[in-house]
Design a protein around this ligand. Structure first.
Ligand code: SAM
Length: 207
């Protein structure tokens, strides 16, 4: 059964735990320092929770491409994040983020100025493979933001079983730590650890 099918897509925004996980996107997206006219790729965009902030940041001359393999999640993203004056163009593309061809189609011949992956890379079996494919559609100097999950630690360790359950329900590997793959290739990195270590944020510049 497709984990991100029609039922999940309809209920995702309410059940995905935004009061816990929203902090990741609220830290990462402004830190990217997006400018009007830029082109941004939102990897595994889901129902588009990142899209309003990205579309506002790139303005009417910019473009945001949301890539996801689930048509149901994309359908919700397209419906809920309708274009409005002052916002960038939105294009939604269906495909696997590990597939270089899907990424090239998403780029449509022009490299991206930034890429965002929030709670998405930990769902893929091989985040390093995804990152290699993504670098094929980034321009040098592109902004990169990775937000993902890890086991809570220290005083928050009591919540580890809940965190593991949330990840398992969402199909994520809590031990994937995808930022580890990306970080060595970035400069000017900034990182944040929130929710007792459960939410990790890495923002930097590629090359
Ligand atoms: C937990 S949701 C996160 C959605 C969104 N980024 C957010 O922050 O709310 C993960 C999304 O990644 C998508 N996804 C998982 N593996 C994927 C892959 N290999 N290629 C493209 N999308 C994928 C799922 O369909 C789902 O919509």
């Amino acid at each position: 059964m497709e984990r991100y099918g029609a039922l999940t897509a309809r209920t995702y925004d309410v059940l995905s735990g935004e009061p816990v996980y929203g902090v990741g996107r609220h830290l990462a997206l402004p830190a990217l320092g997006l400018r009007p006219g830029q082109r941004v790729l939102d990897l595994g965009c889901g129902t588009g929770l990142n899209l309003p902030a990205l579309l506002d940041a790139v303005g009417p001359t910019g473009t945001v491409v949301g890539l996801d393999r689930s048509p149901a999640m994309l359908e919700v993203a397209g419906r809920r994040r309708a274009p409005s004056p002052g916002r960038g163009r939105l294009r939604l593309a269906q495909g696997d983020m590990a597939d270089p061809e899907a990424l090239r189609e998403a780029a449509a011949g022009e490299p991206f100025d930034a890429v965002v992956a929030t709670y998405a890379l930990s769902l893929t079996p091989d985040p390093a493979r995804v990152w290699r494919a993504v670098t094929g559609v980034l321009r040098p100097g592109a902004g990169v933001a990775v937000v993902d999950m890890a086991r809570p630690t220290g005083a928050a360790a009591w919540s580890a079983p809940l965190a593991r359950l949330a990840c398992r329900l969402g199909g994520a590997d809590i031990d994937a730590h995808p930022w580890v793959v990306v970080e060595p290739e970035l400069t000017r990195t900034r990182s944040w650890i929130r929710r007792g270590g459960h939410v990790r944020v890495l923002v930097g510049t590629w090359r």
